[in-house]
Design a protein around this ligand. Structure first.
Ligand code: NDP
Length: 452
């Protein structure tokens, strides 16, 4: 029995990584890397703090704030801030742990971290959210900096909250520096950062489709189920449509929205949903008979025949049964826009199907590779801030495409090297992503004396 508190989400993320390393030839080739895993599993630093703020009635409110500074071997800690009532140390440790290896996969120099608070922006006024952001950053500002730790947004933290936190940091420190990413375009933000995670996800899947079809297929004509309706889901949906695919579902924390005709979602309805989300309203407010709202449900068992599934809401949003249902519905490509979108049981279903149905792809890509586009463009935002210049949308989008292609190839080639696929079998992208990310971090940690 361990004397540590139970951290179910962190333990799940750790086991997922550790089991793929153990089931590969990595530890046979480099047995010393077992020590690296033991060391890397413990965050370099965890900061926990009290956030007191005043609500609109003048009452004192209190929340818990956190920053997990997990690993800085490749660069300043980098990873989002999540404001959601479910936030606790287990969730932030799982997110921070995954972030280390994701950031390594971008090829940019960024360490891994994650933070946030158990603050619920829902039902709060703009004034209350601003006051919370100010109070949160007053403490966090003591622990971060452009060369130390550069947070970004995540669930519940949009560019508006980034703005309020950036202003607080600037005031507290009397210093303008690129301490947060996802900033506004006119004051240091990068073009394409809002779009980057969703676009990057679709670029990654495009490579999966092309590889699996020998270059014959693309998103053109594909039916795509998406969950979530926030930042990642919205831009993934828009990019799928631009590439000729049909988006058949979206969802939020209360239920899912399924398109009832063949045309699926269009750009106008996604823009309307984006506005609803800015106003912190639920999808139930969308009064359009072309879309059926199913309360309390996730989309996966309601979408009918599909080719691609992109979970893009939150962790553990695809269960074992839903994974089986997706395969039965003809789904060939599953890629996580969300972090740890699939349960371990769901991943096992997809990985077993990949092995069984050789040549007929059922191919799963984990979030740490498929959703790395967001943090990659955050890295590009840091580079632009340091150089005091701005790149055009086209320049950033081209770099994002290059990074997602390199990430896909890295996962693929690493999987081939360490988990030899059977004849006709597609390489394991989850294995490849974990080994490629871990190997890079472990080697750098050794060079810097973090383990020996
Ligand atoms: P948003 O806050 O913009 O949107 C989150 C969406 O997920 C909303 O539709 C929300 O519903 C839904 N959701 C949140 N919690 C739950 C829950 N417990 N059950 C069901 N639905 C839920 O966040 P993002 O789009 O930024 O993030 C989505 C996922 O992508 C997260 O896992 C995040 O960690 C990951 N990610 C985000 C990146 C980014 O750049 N933003 C980068 C890489 C990964 P509702 O509107 O009802 O709250």
């Amino acid at each position: 029995m361990s004397n540590l508190p139970s951290e179910p989400e962190f333990e799940q993320a750790y086991k997922e990584l550790a089991s793929t390393l153990e089931n590969s030839s990595l530890f046979q080739k480099n047995p010393e890397y077992k020590k690296a895993l033991e060391v890397a599993a413990i965050p370099e630093r965890v900061i926990q703090f009290r956030v007191t703020w005043e609500d609109d009635k003048g009452q004192c409110q209190v929340n818990r704030g956190y920053r997990v500074q997990y690993n800085s071997v490749l660069g300043p800690y980098k990873g989002g801030l999540r404001f959601h009532p479910t936030v606790n140390l287990s969730i932030l440790k799982f997110l921070g742990f995954e972030q280390i290896f994701k950031n390594a996969l971008t090829g940019l120099n960024m360490g891994g971290g994650k933070g946030g608070a158990d603050f619920d922006p829902k039902g709060k006024s703009d004034n209350e959210i601003r006051k919370f952001c100010v109070a949160f950053m007053r403490e966090l500002s003591k622990h971060i900096g452009a060369f130390t730790d550069v947070p970004a947004g995540d669930i519940g933290v949009s560019p508006r909250e980034i703005g309020w936190m950036f202003g607080t940091y600037r005031n507290e420190k009397n210093k303008w520096e690129g301490v947060l990413t996802g900033k506004g375009g006119s004051w240091g933000g990068s073009l394409i950062r809002p779009e980057a995670t969703g676009y990057g996800l679709v670029y990654y899947v495009q490579h999966m489709i092309q590889y699996a079809s020998g270059g014959k297929e693309s998103f053109e004509g594909k039916k795509v189920a998406i969950s979530g309706s926030g930042n990642v889901a919205q831009y993934a949906a828009l990019k799928v449509m631009e590439l000729g695919g049909t988006v058949v579902s979206l969802s939020d924390s209360k239920g899912c929205l399924i398109a009832t005709d063949e045309k699926g979602f269009n750009e106008d309805v996604v823009n309307t949903i984006a506005q609803l989300k800015v106003e912190r309203k639920a999808l139930t407010e969308l009064n359009d008979e072309k879309y059926k709202y199913i309360e309390g449900a996730r989309p996966w068992t309601h979408v009918g025949k599909i080719d691609v599934a992109l979970p893009s809401a939150t962790q553990n949003e695809v269960s074992e049964d839903e994974a089986k249902a997706l395969i039965d519905a003809g789904c060939k490509f599953i890629a996580e826009g969300s972090n740890m979108g699939c349960t371990q049981e769901a991943i096992d279903v997809f990985e077993a199907a990949r092995k069984e149905k050789k040549g007929e792809a059922i191919w799963y890509a984990p979030g740490k590779a498929a959703n790395a586009g967001g943090v990659a463009v955050s890295g590009l935002e840091m580079a632009q801030n340091s150089a005091r210049l701005s790149w055009t949308s086209e320049e950033v989008d081209e770099k994002l495409k290059g990074i997602m292609e390199a990430c896909f190839k890295n996962c693929l080639e690493t999987a081939k090297e360490y988990i030899e696929p059977a004849e006709g079998e597609f390489p394991s992208l989850v294995g490849g992503a974990n080994i490629a990310g871990f190997r890079k971090v472990a080697a750098a940690m050794k060079d810097q004396g973090d383990w020996w």
